[in-house]
Design a protein around this ligand. Structure first.
Ligand code: NAP
Length: 296
């Protein structure tokens, strides 16, 4: 059996077109566009490239984009004052602080200062709480992207056995909560595995949908996959540098080459879950404006 590839690069294009279209319609009818501010502290190359991509994507879909680049030695107070300013700015619907922050700044204090109604990363405890009680306002971006891929690929979730490997606050925990809720692309029976799990292979073998977010290259072997299962590989591991391009070689957490012969659906790395995260950030920013206009 050869699995169907769930390509994040293609689904991203579909969703960005939908967002772009909706932005145009809202602008025409309501005279408003979603506003996103990206706050970058310092010049960490990975952070600079993430922010650059976020800005480029926001512009592409027609958002108002405000870019704040602060020096590495900015004080916590100054950063908090900037967040306060954008919390009060009616033309801004999403505030994104690029992580990690320098050591002298308390990351939690900064993230928790963002108005939960503009918290398009959905890291604020209010948004985590909303998610847990089944009344989310914003879904965290990577898990939202995973769920969207499952839905758009037509993978049945109702009553499915979902196994999540990893329990981080940004991927494992929220996707487990989302998949167990009632509703679209969910209503599944969920098991969460981690380093305390006694027999990882046993659990993976039971999964109709296996979501792996461990950050361990090749952790999940092909023999652990139930024939026909949907395998979502969230892991992004740098395993070397390509001699040809000089760029990092990326591998997922699943033994992709063999797993694709057994699974029913599988996501590649790169080009799978990766492109979905920024896409869902755009969706959250659009939704933030829609909430404000009473359209949601
Ligand atoms: P994390 O915070 O390091 O969490 C990893 C989780 O995996 C932990 O819960 C850990 O268990 C579990 N784990 C690690 N090794 C394991 C093993 N051998 N057996 C069972 N469980 C194991 O990582 P994260 O932030 O969730 O990210 C996970 C991966 O996804 C990384 O490769 C990251 O780069 C990638 N990622 C990709 C995207 C994207 O594509 N957009 C976004 C976010 C993350 P314990 O809790 O017991 O330590």
């Amino acid at each position: 059996m050869t699995a169907k590839l769930i390509k994040g690069t293609e689904i991203r294009e579909e969703i960005l077109k939908e967002i772009e279209e909706e932005v145009k319609q809202i602008k025409e009818k309501h005279g408003a566009v979603p506003g996103l501010v990206t706050i970058l502290v310092g010049e960490n190359p990975a952070s600079v490239s993430y922010v650059t991509l976020k800005i480029k994507t926001a512009k592409r879909v027609g958002f108002k984009e405000v870019q704040e680049n602060l020096p590495e030695n900015v004080s916590e107070e100054e950063l908090l004052a900037m967040i306060d300013k954008y919390n009060k700015d009616d033309s801004i619907h999403g505030i994104l602080v690029q992580l990690p922050l320098p050591k002298h700044i308390d990351e939690k204090k900064v993230l928790y200062a963002i108005d939960p109604d503009k918290d398009v990363d959905a890291f604020h405890p209010v948004n985590v709480g909303r998610l847990v009680i089944g009344e989310p306002k914003f879904l965290p971006c990577t898990p939202a992207g995973i769920q969207e891929m499952i839905v758009r690929a037509g993978v049945p979730t109702d009553g499915a056995e979902v196994v999540v490997v990893g329990r981080s606050n940004i991927v494992g925990k929220p996707i487990a909560i989302m998949m167990m809720q009632k509703g679209r692309g969910a209503n599944a029976t969920v098991t969460v595995c981690h380093t305390g799990t006694k027999d990882l292979e046993f659990h993976c073998k039971r999964a109709d949908i296996l979501i792996v977010a461990a950050g361990r290259p090749g952790l999940v072997k092909a023999e652990w996959i139930k024939p026909g299962a949907c395998v979502i590989d969230v892991g992004v591991n740098r395993v070397g540098i390509s001699e040809k391009t000089g760029k990092p070689i990326l591998k997922g957490d699943v033994d992709f080459d063999k797993a694709k012969e057994i699974a029913g659906w599988i996501t590649p790395v790169p080009g799978g879950v990766g492109p979905m995260t920024i896409t869902m950030l755009m969706k959250n920013t659009l939704n933030s404006l829609k909430y404000k206009l009473g359209l949601l």
